[in-house]
Design a protein around this ligand. Structure first.
Ligand SMILES: Nc1ncnc2c1ncn2[C@@H]1O[C@H](COP(=O)(O)OP(=O)(O)O)[C@@H](O)[C@H]1O
Ligand SMILES: [Mg+2]
Length: 350
């Protein structure tokens, strides 16, 4: 059988650069070398693209990948599908498909997907529109609420409109309660997010969030716990198991996500059968409403009264062998390497 020429893009000009290195090294180690001829493409934190002819997965994981063997490269926009290297010959490397393993800005938000569309290369995951709408927490709320998927009550504030801090704080407390979540609309991995309980914290939280984005969500604090559900497919959808985050921290912040010392992930989630069915149905519906394809992790809250609310979607969720998405699929019998095969197949059959 002819091997599939698979381009794998990692890194990126994003606050989640290091998260990508972990995802991609695990993914590369689990790609079957009998099926794929792998072409690694690294993007530095500054946004520069390199082809790695001698990719070393350990070096990628520990962020030592950028060495003298790397060759500057970009995707061809001249009808030649694949990579063009900035060497003397302008070498062209044909690719059948690309797996973007990048999280957050400039990777998961539709920008890269637009470039891949222009380069006419099939790629794993959601298209431009769904990637960008899912990345934006306000648009996710608007679209999902329109489809009657319940989300946390919220206010959305643009930077140009943020003048009277006190008045906004009072309005937020009146509408949403005294404990609030402040989040940049476009970020990820909990960057720029704060849980605030008074005006001083509110001001600091808003400043921090505006540091990441010019649009900020203020949300009601949802008491309860968080669950997630893995969804995969194009026309036909497979819904994985639900998982649950048990954290002893104030919330699931960056450290809790990646150090996991005060946090335990339970898969399957410790919820009733009825709640699990409701969550899976919500995840399926949100996947459709946001026009997702390929795969997406849907995150929800289980409220104190047992009801379920949508939190957010992640179009390129963490992808190490022990990450949440692969674990939820493993629960329904799909191993990590089978998951990779299926995602690539979905990209080729879109
Ligand atoms: N409205 C909310 N109520 C309670 N906790 C929240 C709320 N919004 C966010 N959180 C907490 O903050 C974390 C990060 O928020 P999230 O919206 O998932 O952003 P990110 O895209 O950074 O993952 C969540 O995992 C959760 O622990
Ligand atoms: Mg999240």
């Amino acid at each position: 059988m002819k091997k599939i020429r698979l381009g794998v893009i990692f890194g990126g000009k994003s606050s989640e650069y290091s998260v990508s290195l972990h995802s991609v090294s695990s993914l590369l180690r689990n790609c079957d070398p009998n099926k794929y001829e792998i072409y690694c493409i690294g993007i530095t934190k500054q946004g520069n693209w390199y082809y790695l002819p001698e990719a070393d997965y350990d070096k990628i994981e520990h962020d030592h990948w950028k060495d003298e063997t790397c060759i500057e490269a970009c995707l061809s926009l001249n009808g030649k599908t694949g990579l063009v290297l900035f060497d003397d010959q302008h070498t062209h490397l044909y690719l059948d498909v690309i797996f973007p393993v990048l999280h957050g800005k400039n990777g998961e938000d539709g920008t890269l997907q637009g470039y891949l569309e222009l380069a006419q290369i099939p790629y794993v995951g959601c298209n431009v529109l769904s990637s960008s709408c899912v990345m934006d927490k306000e648009f996710t709320h608007i679209l999902c609420e329109k489809a009657q998927i319940p989300c946390a009550p919220y206010l959305c504030v643009y930077k140009y409109d943020y003048q009277d801090e006190k008045a906004l704080y009072e309005k937020a407390v009146e509408q949403l309660g005294s404990t609030l979540f402040i989040k940049p609309c476009n970020a990820g991995s909990s960057y720029g997010i704060s849980k605030v309980r008074n005006f001083e914290e509110f001001k600091k939280g808003m400043e921090e969030a505006f540091h990441h984005d010019s649009k900020v969500l203020i949300e009601k604090n949802i008491e309860g716990f968080e669950i997630g559900c893995a969804v995969m497919g194009n026309d036909e959808i497979i819904v994985g198991e639900c998982d649950e985050i048990e954290t002893h921290k104030d919330f699931f912040d960056f450290d809790a996500k990646y150090a996991l010392d005060a946090t335990t992930i339970h898969c399957p989630a410790r919820i009733t059968k009825q709640q699990s069915e409701c969550a899976k149905e919500m995840a399926r519906k949100a996947y459709r409403v946001m026009n997702c394809s390929g795969f997406t992790r849907v995150d929800m809250f289980v409220c104190k009264d047992g009801g379920i609310l949508l939190n957010e979607l992640n179009t390129i969720p963490g992808l190490t062998a022990t990450s949440r998405f692969p674990s939820m699929m493993k629960e329904i019998g799909i191993s990590f390497s089978e998951l990779i095969d299926r995602l690539i197949e979905l990209a080729l059959n879109k």
